[in-house]
Design a protein around this ligand. Sequence first.
Ligand SMILES: CSC[C@H]1O[C@H](OP(=O)(O)O)[C@H](O)[C@@H]1O
Ligand SMILES: Nc1ncnc2[nH]cnc12
Length: 310
Amino acid sequence: MATATSYPDPVHIAVIGGTGLQHLPNFTHAATLTPTTPWGTPSSPIHILHHPSPSDPSTHIPIAFLSRHGVHHELAPHEVPARANIAALRKLGVRTIIAFSAVGSLQEEIKPRDFVIPDQVIDRTKGIRPFTFFEGGLVGHVGFADPFDEGLNKVVRKCGHSLEGDGVRLHDKGTLICMEGPQFSTRAESKMYRSWGGSVINMSCLPESKLAREAEISYVMICMSTDYDCWHTSEDVSVEMVMGNMKANSENARRFVGAVLDELSKEEHLELVSAKHLEGASRGAGGITAKPGRNEDAVKRMEYMFPGYY
Ligand SMILES: CSC[C@H]1O[C@H](OP(=O)(O)O)[C@H](O)[C@@H]1O
Ligand SMILES: Nc1ncnc2[nH]cnc12
């Protein structure tokens, strides 16, 4: 059967898969989309998967899946077209993103293969990644005090804890350091991040989560620890170590994501996954540029996500 290349209905929930989580098997595949946005093409085709509705298994909830580093992990963290990814998801109707990431642990108690749901992030990227939709004649400033959606995080934590004792260990909170990479940190940097209160470290949360906020999409990140970076007495991080732990624990990672999708598909979470609480935030944020000063092309680009906003 030929794969559909379009999807007729809005899709509210997306999963962004990271290192070692390039597919979500065990879901019915409904369509493969290859959109182009004013910010380029996304990292990978977007797969629309059908998730059986918990209240009526004869119906389904569509889920969008995107592989952050490309289908074969060919995009380095600084090459991920985050604006195209987020814009394409928004255009599909996405209002909730469950992002997945392989992270280094900066704390003894966060052991390799443990899961962490961060509630804060420290930006250690270097400004070389395009990081905003608001530029070129349309200025906007959105709030980012709490980078991860607390309502969604509560649901994610509950799902993670429900799998505990079954191989899953979960830490409810944490400060994520997002570094530039692609090289791993020096030992001095790793120790400095610990002194800052960092819990885990990756190279992928930013600008992804900032752009999601600008796109009025709720965003959370499920992190899986793969190593102790290089501050610990154990062996220093390497790609082999990251991939080895990801592979060994990938079944738990998939079960975790599956449990979150099961829960979010319930009718009681409809309001939460529609991110009603973020609606209009970017209209106000972008209102700072007076109409006569708005650049036509910048406004046109934003029309892709927000028709009629500016
Ligand atoms: C392969 S180690 C470094 C790489 O792993 C993480 O990827 P992701 O967040 O997409 O799971 C980290 O952020 C780096 O991109
Ligand atoms: N130690 C580390 N530093 C940055 N990103 C990572 N992803 C997995 N382990 C990491």
